[in-house]
Design a protein around this ligand. Structure first.
Ligand SMILES: [Zn+2]
Length: 500
């Protein structure tokens, strides 16, 4: 096989990748989707179970209303149309962690359809130019999770494989994209935006380590310009967005290589090995009809009327994209900073609360931009673990606004905050609540010295070149080591120059 760089060059010219993503998101309900067992992560194995989620014969499922409402909220946030009637269906397959022998899911009548996510994508026509692309969402449906096979055995046991059924029946939504994604970078972007939107709605914690968000990718390649799709492979169980991007880069190159050397792509499920950066064949991919879907006889059709839908729509928060646009407009911050400040809803809330409580919201935004971002970047720290909190930024902004400290003092205090890993108010106290000098007599002495030392500029001023005052202010500030209050320096200078 040639290097993946060669192959991706080939892929970008002669071949076109077609990517679709399936994302499973665990909903943050307290109880499972069809019984009242707890969904808590990390409980002792097989303690959160009952006859319903264990699949005992005769046990009947009861639909969790909260799970439906969370799914509806996610669907609305993803621009989906919610179907008035959706049907639960049995997806039949045998697996040790699926005690019933079927999973209750939705098939031909899902909860929601026809959504989309907008992603920023690189316009290859003009370098560095971004455009917005809509990635379609085919469907969003509700289903129950299966259990978990622990191939390492339980702690303290030498069993080879054990089953933990705590996760069985935990509510999931599956979000299936259209095959609209053209590059691994677009896939990464789609997942990032999707996760961000879901987090804003609060219906899931999207914790990938705990399996609250899982992603499978379908990928095929076709000669550029060909309408018919190539045979696809499914890449399963990749546990980070970065690995999905890497797995897709590898898989696209592999498929191009197979086709170029006269081989054929087989429809199969592949696993990604992150250590080796390669995908491996796991099993031939089953088709939808292999599952023998049929309507779940123990559950009524799910009916969502307009009133219910409207109630849920009312609880939809402002979503990241809209919030970014508003922050830029309202606080005059850059698009980039708006992006950073909206990484999580909590951070955006903190920023806005601080900005609103401060004397000048605009100054808070300016300080985030001028004092915080650069230092965080230099330190390689994320804004969420910044020593200076948004409250701290607001407090510092007020001190500058009231003239208590100068811009230079503010910079020094921020340096100390980052050195000591402490928030602004704490460092300000530690430094003895420094004030910029407003001691008139001391300032007057400095001004007299500066005027005496610069007779040429003094003459210019007297001759009518009033702008020279800027030079004097600068000199006085320098002599006071930035401690003087510039406004006061200006006033004293004018008084002196006009009087003498
Ligand atoms: Zn249960």
């Amino acid at each position: 096989m040639s290097t993946s760089a060669d192959a991706s060059v080939a892929a970008s010219t002669a071949y076109e990748p077609v990517i679709g993503l399936e994302v499973h998101v665990q909903l943050l309900t307290a109880s499972k989707i069809f019984c009242s067992c707890s969904t808590r992560f990390g409980a002792a194995p097989n303690t959160n179970v009952c006859p319903v989620c264990l699949g005992m014969p005769g046990a009947l499922p009861v639909l969790n209303r909260k799970a439906v409402e969370f799914a509806m909220l996610a669907a609305l946030a993803l621009n989906c149309r919610i179907n008035e009637t959706s049907i639960f269906a049995r997806k039949n397959y045998f697996y040790p962690d699926l005690p019933k022998g079927y999973q209750i899911s939705q098939y031909d009548k899902p909860l929601a359809e026809f959504g989309y996510i907008e992603v920023q994508t690189l316009n290859t026509g003009r370098t560095g130019d971004h455009r917005v692309k809509k990635i379609g969402i085919t469907r969003l449906h509700l289903e129950e999770d299966a259990g978990k096979s622990l191939h390492e055995g339980f702690p303290g046991s030498d069993e080879k494989t054990a089953i933990d059924l705590n996760r069985t029946g935990v509510p999931l939504i599956e979000i299936v994209s259209e095959p609209d994604i053209a590059t691994p970078d677009e896939a990464y972007e789609y997942l990032t935006r999707l996760k961000e939107i879901i987090l804003y709605t609060g219906v899931s914690d999207c914790n990938m380590e705990e399996g609250s968000l899982r992603c499978d990718a379908n990928v095929s390649v076709r000669p550029r310009g060909q309408k018919e799709l190539g045979t696809k492979a499914e890449i399963k169980n990749v546990n980070s967005f970065r690995f999905i991007r890497e797995a897709l880069v590898y898989e696209i190159a592999r498929q191009v290589e197979v086709i170029e050397s006269g081989g054929k792509i087989v429809q199969e499920t592949r696993l990604y090995n992150a250590h080796e950066g390669k995908t491996y064949s796991m099993r031939s991919k089953e088709q939808a009809h292999d599952y023998r879907y049929f309507p779940e006889p123990d559950l009524l059709p799910l009916v969502v009327d307009e009133k219910w839908k409207a109630e849920i729509a009312k609880t939809l928060p402002e979503l990241p994209e809209a919030r970014r646009a508003r922050l830029v407009k309202e606080y005059g911050i850059t698009e980039y900073d708006a992006q950073v400040l909206t990484i999580s809803k909590a951070l955006a809330d903190q920023f806005e609360a601080a900005a609103k409580a401060a004397k000048s919201p605009k100054r808070v935004a300016n300080l985030v931009q001028s004092e915080l971002m650069g230092r965080l970047k230099a330190k390689g720290t994320e804004i969420e673990s910044s020593p200076v909190s948004m409250k701290g930024v607001a407090a510092s902004a007020d001190l500058v606004e009231s003239g208590a400290i100068s811009g230079k003092m503010l910079k020094d205090l921020y340096d100390l905050c980052f050195e000591r890993g402490k928030d602004f108010p704490e460092v300000y106290e530690e430094e003895g609540r420094p004030q910029q000098s407003s001691d008139t007599s001391a300032l007057e002495k400095i001004i007299d010295e500066i005027l005496a030392a610069n007779p040429k500029q003094l003459e210019q001023y007297r001759a009518g070149k009033k702008t020279v005052i800027g030079f004097f202010v600068g000199q006085v500030m320098k002599a006071s080591k930035g401690q003087a209050n510039p406004q006061m320096v200006n006033e004293l200078l004018v008084k002196k120059l006009e009087r003498d």
